[in-house]
Design a protein. Structure first.
Length: 111
């Protein structure tokens, strides 16, 4: 953020940082920016969120951390990165991404 013109950045656990203040995650400043945004638009948080959903669609995030035994991690990575894996539980795999030596899959409800 200090080296390039980056306004804001987020992390998967919900932290948000901005170059407008400190290039660090700061919940108080983020809350103040959000309050300012609500005041500027004259809308509630729910109204702003509904507008985002209308324009970009809803986003749902879920995460489960597991402690695994030796060898389980490698088997799971092989399974989820395999082109043969077409669904996970009742979710159809819709996209695969390989970034930074990590693999990600996106899925949508099959039913």
């Amino acid at each position: 953020m200090l080296e390039q013109n980056i306004l804001t950045g987020g992390e998967e656990s919900g932290g948000i940082g901005t170059s407008l203040y400190l290039p660090e995650r700061d919940a108080t400043v983020s809350a103040l920016f959000l309050a300012e945004l609500m005041a500027w638009h004259g809308k509630s948080l729910g109204e702003l969120l509904a507008a985002l959903h209308a324009e970009f669609g809803e986003f749902h995030y879920g995460r489960i951390d597991l402690d695994v035994k030796l060898g389980q991690k490698e088997k799971a990575i092989a399974y989820f990165t395999s082109e043969k894996t077409k669904s996970v539980d009742s979710w159809d795999v819709t996209r695969r991404e390989n970034m930074d030596a990590s693999s990600y899959i996106s899925a949508t409800s099959a039913g």
